[in-house]
Design a binder for this molecule. Structure first.
Ligand SMILES: [Zn+2]
Length: 388
């Protein structure tokens, strides 16, 4: 009888103790404040993968002072005093600039894999709109009218949170030194492209698994392609995501744990991501088109043309590549961008006074065969482990 009482006491106390110990082991920094159920559920999926790490959730659509206070409080709890103002300042800059979401590692040591933190900055209060999904200079001039495809805001939100959380996972799964060793194996821009491809593949798998939302994944792919009008090829992950869409569906992904989805996402990325040379060529074409676009925008208020051009030049120089511009590839990039505008329903783009001259200048009349030939090679010849 006595042992039965003990047994009962054990069960009772386990039941009471469990939530408390779960909170202690939890990834989300306890002082972070209210976290949306969506963010909580995505982050908690990483519980066993990132034991011993911390996620500081920040709302990019929240009050700046309040959000920065969360980071300050975390740093204080870790007794980081000297570097705190500098860390907070650099996160504040990103907070002002990137309203879609971003992540930021806080490494507490150089060589330890455990004990580090990641700032997961995502929207938690307001819903995603065209205005915050596309770059400022693209949105205002080109996207208008009532034919735009409706956005499934909840799915887009889930996809962004899953994407950003994957970045946190990349930072936290190893030490700072391992992370940077991997990232510096190639040009940094290309390492970023590989990282973005895996993050998008994971986000697509997550969204297919939890929402079965094929159309939203496709729609986001079009946003990524349109980004090339903003010199952004790092985020043009369409080749990888396309493969997720053709190979997986909701039924195949049922009950797969986060770790499994990540392995699949990284395998697909390793297999389908364009190689470094193809990336550099596409980037150069994209920079050329963006440069011409910025010149056309010079009369528009609110855009610092000089700064934009200087930024482009810096990006071009960082590619460290002297091969001449491939005009057919530039035509291919232009075709991709205009096709994607069409697919999201931004039909005004084609007649826009800013965009039309670009089409006239760069687009070539091409047969489908010629277009297929221009598509950059999909396969990396020697797939290697993920750099970051
Ligand atoms: Zn990303």
């Amino acid at each position: 009888m006595k042992s039965v009482v003990y047994l009962w006491a054990l069960v009772c106390c386990l039941a009471i103790v469990n939530p408390a110990s779960a909170a202690q082991d939890g990834l989300i920094y306890a002082e972070t404040g209210k976290v949306s159920p969506l963010v909580e559920s995505v982050v908690n999926g990483f519980q066993t993968l990132l034991r011993g790490s911390t996620i500081i959730v920040v709302s990019v659509d929240g009050d700046e002072r309040q959000e920065m206070a969360k980071i300050a409080s975390f740093l204080e709890s870790k007794k980081i005093v000297k570097d705190a103002p500098q860390i907070i300042e650099s996160i504040r800059k990103q907070f002002r600039r990137d309203k879609t979401g971003f992540t930021r590692p806080i490494w507490l040591s150089d060589n330890n894999a455990k004990g580090n933190a990641c700032v997961l900055a995502v929207r938690q209060n307001e819903q995603a709109t065209y205005a915050n999904l596309l770059s400022k200079k693209i949105d205002e001039a080109l996207v208008s009218g009532n034919r735009l495809m409706p956005l499934d805001v909840e799915v887009i939100q889930a996809s962004i949170v899953a994407h950003e959380m994957y970045h946190c996972y990349e930072y936290l799964r190893g030490s700072m030194v391992t992370f940077w060793e991997g990232a510096l194996e190639t040009r940094l821009a290309y390492a970023m492209h590989r990282s973005e491809s895996a993050a998008d593949a994971y986000a697509a798998l997550y969204v297919l698994q939890n929402y079965d939302a094929v159309n939203t994944v496709r729609m986001q792919m079009e946003f990524r392609r349109i980004g090339m009008l903003n010199a952004d090829v790092e985020h043009n992950t369409a080749q990888t995501v396309e493969h997720v869409l053709t190979s997986f569906n909701n039924r195949r992904l049922t009950r797969m744990a986060t770790g499994r989805l990540i392995l699949m996402a990284e395998d697909i990325r390793n297999d389908k991501v364009m190689d470094e040379q193809a990336f550099v060529s596409l980037k150069k074409s994209s920079i050329e088109i963006t440069n011409a676009y910025i010149s056309l925008l010079s009369e528009r208020p609110g855009l610092n043309i000089k700064r934009e051009k200087a930024q482009l030049l810096t990006e071009k120089m960082a590619l460290m590549d002297n091969t001449p511009q491939n005009s057919r590839l530039t035509a291919y990039v232009m075709n991709e961008i205009s096709a994607s505008f069409h697919k999201i329903g931004a039909r005004t783009a084609v007649s826009s006074k800013y965009f039309k001259p670009l089409m006239e200048r760069y687009t070539m009349k091409m047969t489908p065969d010629a277009i297929a030939q221009l598509t950059p090679p999909a396969h990396v010849q020697n797939p290697r482990p993920a750099p970051i």
